[in-house]
Ligand binder design. Structure first.
Ligand code: 4AD
Ligand code: MG
Length: 476
């Protein structure tokens, strides 16, 4: 006897995606498609047209549904935006100009109706602010579907880039006891009862009672951990979530974001800048080649000129400029600054924009920064005033990468730890790398969402991650 499942498979046509119907040569084949209704339009000629989307591609598939279907009045005429259906039919060349192929439906089954007065999405243009309040449904819109596909393609391109160059992907811990950036912007992880804290004799909190026996936090960067692996395996990278409790309500900051952090042994700051530039160019051109329809949409609807700008970026050398030169350029500029550029201070957004958009007109890498505004782990130059740090700045956007050559000389590292008032005992294992077979090494961190914002042209970083976390925002 043939098992029931196989019997079914001979009578039910193969389920295919919308992308497959539109792309592959299936004309004349009977197929099953499944997805969500974007729109329904009824024609007097005895048909309804349904635009169906299943997320497999930007485009919708047009279903031509004859009024002769037995459930036409009961089901088809009650289909509204958002309803889920499955339909079988024959793939047919389309007479319409909008699409090359359509599906001539022979059976249609409704999986879930939508009450249109209650459904939060509708055909008219909706603001991104509104869509953030329905983040569970926004992936059903053109913009958020496109972002999800580009995000996926860019993530794969990032792995491809490193894998094809012999880098190993290292999973660095999310819970940590050390503050990599030393900025005190960490979320604490605890199982202590906050309404009844265990106390030490002098009134402090007794962390011996806590889960890890000492204070623990969500990591702000995988760098310190991945350095350990670079100092054994030479070329490594992490790609994972990182967390910052900085109270910045900006379009550039998330409390939870993903970071890509390569780390390379025997590499100095210049090799690091070469890698960063090659890396950014690779992922930008991958987005263009892997997601042409989505990128065309961003170009037309989000940021005009985006595709040309990205194509140019992928083929033009970036400018490299020492921090001191950047300050000199800003001081000479005939511009009324809100914050005059001063040696020793961070570059403000207005400075970043002037340098990338007016002066160099391309992405730049600013390097050799004042030690006083950078973390403890950066290699100190002979002038003892600057460190081998680098920031990559891109036009219209600002910083997307921060990195450095690491301080691999123990005495110098200890000097910096002391100068910044950090406790060397917390970094004993990091110091060990410098005690046992130390080597020059370098790395950087690229904020994944900042990169996606730049590639898609989206103005708010909260729109390029599925469920953003920011101050007072943890719904969904
Ligand atoms: O410049 P940052 O703080 O550098 C580091 O964390 C180093 N440990 C990286 C390394 O050398 N391995 O952060 C790196 C990048 C920034 O350039 C920015 O793109 C992104 O991470 N970033 C954020 N993205 C979103 N929201 C935030 N709150 C971010 N903070 C930093
Ligand atoms: Mg930075």
């Amino acid at each position: 006897m043939i098992p029931q499942s196989e019997q079914r498979s001979t009578s039910v046509p193969p389920a295919v995606t919308v992308a497959c119907v539109l792309r592959d040569n299936l004309e004349g084949a009977t197929v099953l498609v499944q997805g969500w209704v974007r729109t329904r339009r009824d024609s007097k000629a005895g048909f309804s047209f349904i635009e169906l989307n299943d997320g497999s591609t930007f485009e919708n598939l047009q279903l031509v549904v004859p009024a002769t279907l037995q459930n036409y009045t009961s089901d088809v005429l009650n289909l509204h935006t958002g309803a889920s259906i499955s339909a079988t039919g024959v793939v047919t060349p389309s007479p319409g100009r909008e699409q090359a192929r359509e599906l001539h439906v022979s059976t249609l089954r409704v999986l879930g109706f939508v009450e249109p007065t209650e459904y939060p999405l509708h055909k008219q243009k909706m603001s991104f602010e509104h869509l953030r309040t329905v983040a569970h449904l926004r992936p059903r819109t053109n913009t958020f579907g496109a972002i999800a596909r580009v995000r996926n393609a860019v993530a794969m391109a990032i792995h491809d880039f490193f894998q094809s160059r012999g880098f190993l992907w290292i999973a660095t811990p999310i819970i940590t006891a050390s503050d990599c950036e030393g900025a005190g912007e960490m979320f604490q992880v605890t199982t202590l009862n906050l309404t009844n804290l265990p106390r030490t004799p002098d009134g402090g909190i007794d962390y011996r009672e806590d889960f890890f026996g000492r204070p623990a936090f969500l990591t702000v960067s995988g760098q310190l951990a991945v350095e350990n692996y670079a100092c054994a395996l030479t070329k490594v990278y992490t790609f994972g979530p990182t967390f910052r409790a900085e109270n910045s309500n900006t379009t550039r900051h998330l409390a939870e974001f993903w970071m890509i952090e390569p780390e390379v042994a025997f590499a100095d700051l210049h090799a690091n800048m070469d890698l960063a530039e090659e890396f950014v160019k690779h992922v930008v051109s991958s987005a263009l080649t892997r997601c042409p329809a989505d990128m065309r949409f961003f170009d037309q609807r989000i940021q005009p000129g985006l595709v040309t700008m990205l194509e140019q970026l992928a083929t033009t050398p970036f400018e490299r400029v020492p921090y001191s030169d950047a300050i000199a350029i800003l001081a000479r500029a005939n511009v009324k600054w809100e914050f005059p550029a001063q040696w020793g201070a961070d570059l403000q957004a207005e400075h970043q924009r002037y340098l990338t958009e007016e002066y160099f007109k391309k992405p730049i890498i600013v390097y050799d920064w004042p030690a006083s505004i950078k973390p403890f782990y950066m290699y100190v130059n002979d002038d003892e005033l600057t460190v081998r740090a680098m920031d990559m700045l891109v036009p219209r956007f600002g910083e997307i990468i921060g990195g450095s050559q690491r301080e691999h000389r123990l005495t110098m590292l200890d000097k910096r730890i002391a100068a910044l008032g950090l406790n060397p005992a917390n970094y004993w294992w990091y110091r060990d790398l410098r005690r046992f077979g130390t080597v020059p090494h370098s790395g950087f961190g690229l904020g994944f969402e900042r990169l996606l914002q730049f590639i898609t042209g989206m103005t708010n970083i909260r729109d390029v991650i599925p469920f953003p976390r920011a101050p007072k925002l943890v719904e969904f």
